[in-house]
Ligand binder design. Structure first.
Ligand code: GRF
Length: 225
């Protein structure tokens, strides 16, 4: 099986990166990690990637005079490594319009809320302030507008009584680590593809295969899950 070559762009901890690296170890996974790129030399994820035997590169944004010149340097690396999909994973830089346009339909991001709710910073705190009982995470294609591109996949996570932002963040992060490899797999196999500005997904059409959290079984509301 020929695998789709992905790059993972990080700025920090890199736990989603680690989940993608782990998934890509499986022989039947449709993608392989060609390179991990960080804009911060101190990003903790870099060490993890190196110890997993993945090639890493630092493109320190402070060394570049403009956003465009930084993006051009990243793009050159992606081209050199034959990358087909770019996965943003806690990458804390806004990418320029030409870069986003060049990677249209081929660049993904993960955000810890059920978009389009709670875009931007501190989405877990936003969810708690709004009083929602379900939040979650979203993998979407990147467009110029932040946290707004076509949605590839979402996972729902309950908000529990007494949650603070840290508790909710941890619960959502566990879901992120499953969702991101799943979503990359969908795109890499063509099971998800961009058609007229929306992601068209094949398979998983039945109601039963959709995700309900918490399961609607224990309180007599429904016996279907
Ligand atoms: C994750 O919550 C991701 O959804 C958001 O930034 C965080 C990155 O965490 N975009 P990590 O670096 O993957 O651990």
């Amino acid at each position: 099986m020929s695998k789709v070559r992905i790059a993972i762009l990080i700025s920090g901890r890199g736990s989603n990166m680690a989940a993608l690296i782990e998934a890509a170890r499986r022989p039947d996974y449709p993608a392989e990690v060609a390179i991990v790129i960080s804009n911060r030399p101190q990003a903790a994820g870099l060490e993890h990637a190196r110890s997993a035997g993945i090639e890493t590169a630092v493109v320190d944004h402070k060394a570049y005079a403009s956003r465009d010149s930084f993006d051009t340097a990243v793009d050159a690396l992606l081209a050199a490594k034959g990358v087909a999909l770019v996965c943003l994973a806690g990458f804390m830089r806004i990418l320029s319009a030409p870069f986003v346009a060049r990677w249209q339909g081929r660049m993904l991001n993960i955000h810890p809320s059920l978009l389009p709710s709670f875009k931007g910073l501190e989405p877990q705190r936003q969810a708690l302030d709004a009083g929602v009982t379900i939040s979650g995470c979203t993998v979407h294609l990147v467009t110029e507008e932040m946290d707004a591109g076509p949605i590839i996949a979402q996972a729902a996570v309950p908000v529990l009584p007494g949650d603070d932002p840290a508790a909710l963040e941890a619960r959502i992060l566990t879901a992120e680590h499953k969702l991101y490899p799943f979503a990359v797999g969908l795109l890499a196999t063509g099971a998800a593809r961009l058609v007229d500005g929306q992601v068209l997904r094949s398979g998983h059409k039945s109601e039963n295969s959709r995700l309900f959290v918490p399961p609607l079984t224990s309180d007599g509301v429904s016996t279907r899950g």
